[in-house]
Design a protein around this ligand. Structure first.
Ligand code: PEP
Ligand code: MN
Length: 566
């Protein structure tokens, strides 16, 4: 196998190429362009290009070549190689460090040794050469004591040079990422082996409109496709416009990436798949688990995942030591909205003192009117985090949109999906991928079947930690806000293994009947209660009329603990 590299014998590119093809016959090339030409013209069967260094950053010459090299599909990217890069300073035999006035190397290598060169050879001229090992060759050929090369240690013995210093790179973690490619496509892998993680490199041209880059990236984020690199390079013939290079995990035929690509194609001016290749794994790091395809691309299970037949004994979900779904009812209490630091702490401390297991409070509020208080957003999340610190209570808080799942998940112990969003399928999927337990409220107009199907979305996306919460449905009755559907509670307890809670506050809308409804919910089989508690309900910015005050909650908690002793 003839492998073209940028540089010559003894270079890091050679070492990288030999990781992939041990017996490679190396074809040295002056620059990266020539590497591609050599393979296209058949002087080599494969090539190896440095693409990124961990200290220096992108190898821009390679980036600027990618479209021309791989855009037409004639060459095939095959592997990513990550090579630890240790630099040595090499001089002619008999030279001392104090003799050195000129240091030759590839500019990327000089850039990785700035600190050492500045402190040990402050006056030396730094000379950019075509290659690290090539510089060693020049130093050997010139035979001048005042010249040295920054190169791999091995290049010293190859060209008969002495080592003046070793390990001069700015950081011991220094490594360079290479991409290898071939003229012939790789033969298909035998079926049935463990899946080999792949990466895909893409090139995007975006319309110059607000939000286009974010929209393109969201196409991947929304489907749980991990981005590993993003690089912009100038569009040379159109000043101040850019092209974007993206590396993502997965291969283009994997369903999540295929869907994302479809969305990206619809959004951007142009997208080019540069190639897909084996992700580096030298065996020292466990390879990442393969991303499962989205639920709609998988076979429908014979029995729904929520169904009690899947787990006749019932599921329990443990959140920071609090077991939900067991015999002991859980009490989740706190204000409707996080309104400010003082009120939240007051509420949190009081419900903790009364024996609540978790704290609730909305930082993002779904309000019927856009003019009503919408919550404090991220500031509210931070306050919830502080309240958790102070009280030790895990936090349940609502997330309104799939875009906000990551930020809410940063602070929440349990993500609440509210009644209005029960059938927001993009949100359900994102919650499925969040890795956090999800409290799924029943929609005010949703049937039990629809509620369970919504839970199935979260389960099917790989999240087994789903808690159902009945919070009242809309009936003809207007005297109460909603009607707590106790039939529904008793029935879902039969039909699903998932834990079920009741929220009597939103069902009632009236403080005085919250406690009896809570007890009724437990009697119907609920595993716990979620109630709104405000230190000063008459001042609440939302749902004051249905909020218990601290004494009201203390009385309810006492009653529950008496009726259901541990
Ligand atoms: C809430 O819990 O404050 C809330 C808005 O609930 P629901 O989605 O049940 O209306
Ligand atoms: Mn509320």
């Amino acid at each position: 196998m003839r492998v073209a590299i940028q540089g010559t014998h003894g270079s890091f590119s050679e070492a990288a190429a030999r990781w992939r093809w041990k017996e490679a016959e190396i074809v040295p090339c002056r620059d990266v362009q020539q590497v591609v030409v050599a393979v296209r013209e058949g002087r080599a069967e494969a090539g190896c290009l440095a693409i990124e260094n961990s200290l220096f950053g992108s190898v821009t010459a390679t980036y600027d070549l990618l479209h021309e090299a791989f855009g037409d599909g004639a060459l095939h990217l095959s592997d990513e190689i990550r090579l630890p890069v240790f630099h040595a300073l090499l001089g002619v035999p008999g030279a001392a460090l104090s003799d050195v006035r000129r240091v030759l190397s590839h500019p990327v290598a000089l850039g990785q040794c700035r600190i050492w060169l500045d402190s040990h050879l402050p006056g030396a001229e730094l000379v950019s050469e075509w290659d690290t090992a090539g510089s060693a060759e020049i130093v050997a050929r010139d035979g001048r004591k005042d010249q040295a090369a920054v190169a791999p240690l091995g290049a010293g013995s190859a060209y008969g040079l002495a080592t003046l210093a070793e390990r001069i790179e700015d950081d011991p973690s220094n490594q360079t990422r290479f991409l290898t490619f071939t003229r012939e496509p790789a033969p298909a892998l035998p079926q049935g082996g463990a899946p080999i993680p792949r990466k895909t490199s893409l090139l995007l041209w975006l319309p110059h409109k607000p939000g286009m880059l974010a929209a393109a990236l969201q196409a991947f984020a929304a489907r749980g496709v991990n981005l590993t690199s993003l690089q912009s390079r100038p569009e040379r013939t159109a000043p101040w416009t850019y092209r974007f290079y993206l590396d993502v995990e997965g291969a283009p035929d994997e369903p999540r990436l295929a869907e994302a690509m479809e969305a990206v194609e619809a959004l951007v001016t142009k997208v080019v798949v540069l190639g897909s290749y084996r992700e580096w794994n030298d065996g020292t790091a466990p390879s990442r688990p393969p991303t499962p395809p989205p639920a709609h691309r998988r076979p429908r299970p014979d029995v729904p995942l929520y169904d009690r037949r899947q787990k006749p004994e019932g599921s329990t979900i443990t959140v920071n030591g609090v077991v939900i779904g067991g015999p002991r009812p859980v009490l989740i209490a706190g204000p409707c909205s996080v309104e400010g630091e003082e009120m939240l702490l007051e509420a949190a401390i009081s419900v903790a003192a009364s024996g609540a297991d978790m704290l609730r409070g909305g930082a993002y509020k779904p309000r019927t009117s856009p003019y009503d208080f919408q919550g404090l957003g991220v500031r509210g999340l931070k306050l919830l985090g502080e309240a958790r610190e102070k009280t030790g209570l895990p936090v349940v808080t609502e997330v309104l949109s799939w875009e906000e799942v990551p930020v809410v998940a940063q602070y929440a112990d349990v993500l609440q999906i509210g009644a209005r969003n029960m059938q927001n399928f993009a949100l359900l999927r994102a919650a499925g991928r969040s890795g956090k337990p999800v409290l799924l409220k029943r929609g005010g107009g949703a049937t039990i079947e629809e509620w369970l199907s919504a839970a199935e979305y979260i389960l099917a996306d790989g999240n087994e930690q789903v808690i159902l919460c009945e919070r009242g449905i809309r009936t003809f009755e207007r005297a109460t806000r909603h009607t707590l559907d106790l039939n529904g509670v008793a029935l879902v307890r039969e039909r699903t293994h998932l834990p079920v809670l009741v929220d009597p506050s939103h069902a009632a809308g009236i403080r005085s009947i919250v406690a009896p409804l809570a007890l009724a919910g437990l009697a119907a089989g609920a595993h716990g209660v979620l109630v709104e508690v405000h230190p000063h309900p008459e001042q609440a910015l939302s749902d004051g009329a249905q909020s218990l005050d601290r004494d009201g909650f203390a009385a309810l908690a006492r009653e529950v603990r008496t009726r259901y002793p541990a």
